[in-house]
Design a protein around this ligand. Structure first.
Ligand code: AHG
Length: 337
């Protein structure tokens, strides 16, 4: 294999961007590097999951009332550990933990960022060798530097994110992150243990032919959503229908594919669960930020996801995200957002 040494690694890329901003402190780059390191460790364990006795439940139940798998705990511990021992993060909130974690020491109290993450999304897919991922969002703290962070730093609207990203542990391991400067993807090169820029300046195609939704819940959805799904299944020259239905059950994999190929992902509210399943702070806000920065759109069916003011750490929201024209087609049924 001919190796292209011109390809930038994640570190080289962030340093190159830093050079354009002489006043930048490098804290955000450091934070991204820390997350990338934790993800490498998770990646190693995910790849061994079929070999070692790491599958199965620990028997405990997390704050969402779901069984905690060992890999969820491992991924959570890696992220918390790396960020706690680093110098770029003042505190975290995790889907796996019921409360915020404040890194209350002198260095951390002087950090300007907090991070929220879902350490291992789609974890029910681990046992069957299907792609899973890590999702994260980074915010600038609102409390003064030099003090411990508080809940106010975490209950911020998604539009306050300064960066967001995900790592997908799939046929390759890819780290995608977005800042106000755009969205870039890096594939982990196992031969050198580094992420290499593989998807520069990702743009979400304005339209696509893929819709992703849990069809098993079809009769639980409200009429406008059902009517849209019906249209997705019809032959229609103007929208290229019928669309192809793809639903992996790991949002990271479903939204990553739609981001690259064009498409729409939906997790609507149901009769039993009007707010759906997905968590605003750990899953929806990061993806909404990334997809908007790539030219797509994300809503809860009534408003922009990034404008929702969170009331609590673990709140859930209906979620619609994807290519701009497909989102507009959805809105012709659910109402314009
Ligand atoms: P979990 O991490 O508990 O496996 O949840 C995964 C999330 C999300 O990634 C996925 O799109 C959705 O749940 C799937 O839920 P359904 O099985 O209800 O469709």
């Amino acid at each position: 294999m001919i190796v292209n040494r011109q390809v930038l690694t994640l570190d080289e890329f962030t340093i190159k961007q830093l050079r354009d901003f002489p006043n930048a402190t490098g804290e955000l780059s450091g934070l991204l590097r820390d997350i990338g390191l934790a993800a490498k460790r998770v990646n190693v364990e995910v790849n061994k999951a079929g070999l070692v006795d790491i599958l199965g439940d620990t028997g405990t139940v997390n704050i969402q009332g779901e069984e905690v798998k060992k890999m969820d705990e491992f991924a959570n511990d890696q992220l918390v550990g790396v960020l706690r021992h680093g110098i770029n993060c003042a505190g975290i909130a995790s889907e796996e933990l019921d409360d915020i974690v404040v890194f209350d020491d002198e260095v951390s109290n002087n950090s300007k960022y907090i991070c929220m993450f879902d350490p291992l999304d789609g974890s029910s897919n681990i046992d069957v060798n299907v792609s899973i991922g890590t999702i994260f969002g980074v915010y600038r703290r609102v409390t003064p530097k030099g003090t411990p962070v508080t809940m106010d730093d975490f209950l911020q609207a998604g539009n306050k994110q300064v960066a967001a990203g995900y790592i997908i542990y799939g046929s390759s391991t890819i780290l995608v992150y977005a800042t106000k400067r755009g969205v870039n993807g890096f594939t982990l090169d196992p031969s050198i243990g580094e992420y290499s820029l593989s998807h520069p300046d990702i743009k979400c195609p304005p339209t696509g032919r893929i819709y992703s939704v849990n069809h098993g819940n079809f009769f639980q959805y409200e009429d406008p959503v059902r009517n849209y799904i019906n249209v997705c299944q019809k032959k229609n020259k103007s929208n290229g229908g019928p669309y192809t239905q793809r639903y992996i059950g790991s949002m990271v994999a479903d939204v990553h594919r739609n981001l690259v190929k064009g498409g729409i992902f939906m997790y609507p509210g149901t009769i039993d669960k009007p707010n759906g399943k997905l968590r605003l702070l750990y899953e929806c806000n990061p993806f909404a930020y990334i997809v908007e920065k790539a030219g797509g759109k994300a809503t809860d069916g009534k408003q922009r996801i990034l404008d929702i003011q969170p009331k609590e750490l673990h709140e859930r929201t209906p979620f619609f995200i994807g290519s701009i024209e497909m989102m507009e087609e959805l809105e012709s049924f659910t109402g314009k957002v």
